[in-house]
Ligand binder design. Structure first.
Ligand SMILES: C[S@@+](CC[C@H](N)C(=O)[O-])C[C@H]1O[C@@H](n2cnc3c(N)ncnc32)[C@H](O)[C@@H]1O
Length: 200
């Protein structure tokens, strides 16, 4: 993907925040966060939230004592998140960059993937899945919420179970038993909630 396309994508997402056209943003944490807590190592484990947006989950997980890193390339979203963290005297690492340009120096125990993959052009999904694998430590947990729009086009793009099984093959990932857990979104859309464990 060329640098020109990255910049175009970044400008489009930034404009959505400036224009407040952020239908994906619940204004609060997703009910998925509560379900997540029983599936991940306790604080102060290291949690990565890629494409964190305004990061309600960054704030909540930081408040619970997790060592949270949020990454997003929309400056307005990161700026807003920084402000809300500081108002609550909370600390998290926030990185304003393109996920496809970023190489963390350490791996994470957990990745909380909330409507990030479905925001990316499907051409990027294999590379993004490869990155998720490398960002996690062996045995680390990937918690994912994948939009089920059942229509063409995006974002958000529809992410079928078959596509997920191709992107996260069992040779690399341990799959949870429940593949049909659904999180309702206020927009009327649904997210498939899946937990995967990085194999050693
Ligand atoms: C649909 S929003 C989801 C935000 C957040 N996860 C949430 O649930 O509120 C998608 C986010 O992905 C970010 N994004 C898209 N492509 C990105 C990239 N290549 N690098 C970093 N952030 C990206 C956008 O700026 C936007 O904040």
């Amino acid at each position: 993907m060329s640098q020109e396309i990255d910049k175009k994508q970044q400008a489009e997402w930034e404009k959505r925040y400036i224009d407040k056209k952020t239908a994906w943003d619940r204004g609060d944490v997703s009910p998925a966060l509560e379900k997540t807590l029983s599936k991940i190592p306790e604080p102060p484990s290291k949690v990565l939230i890629p494409a964190c947006g305004r990061g309600h989950e960054v704030v909540s997980l930081a408040a619970l004592g997790f060592d949270v890193t949020g990454v997003d390339f929309a400056p307005s979203a990161i700026h807003d998140l920084k402000y809300r963290l500081s108002r609550k005297n909370l600390i998290a690492t926030l990185i304003d960059t393109d996920l496809f340009e970023w190489e963390p120096s350490e791996s994470f125990d957990v990745i909380y993937e909330q409507t990030a993959l479905c925001a990316l052009n499907p051409d990027l999904w294999p590379e993004y899945a490869r990155r998720l694998y490398h960002w996690l430590r062996p045995g680390g947990i990937l918690v994912g919420m994948f939009m089920q729009t059942n229509r063409d086009g995006g974002p958000p793009w529809h992410v079928s179970l078959t596509t997920l099984q191709e992107l996260f093959p069992k040779t690399l990932w341990g799959w949870s038993d429940n593949l049909n857990e659904i999180i309702e979104h206020p927009s009327g859309l649904q997210e498939r909630f899946i937990t995967l464990k990085r194999q050693d």
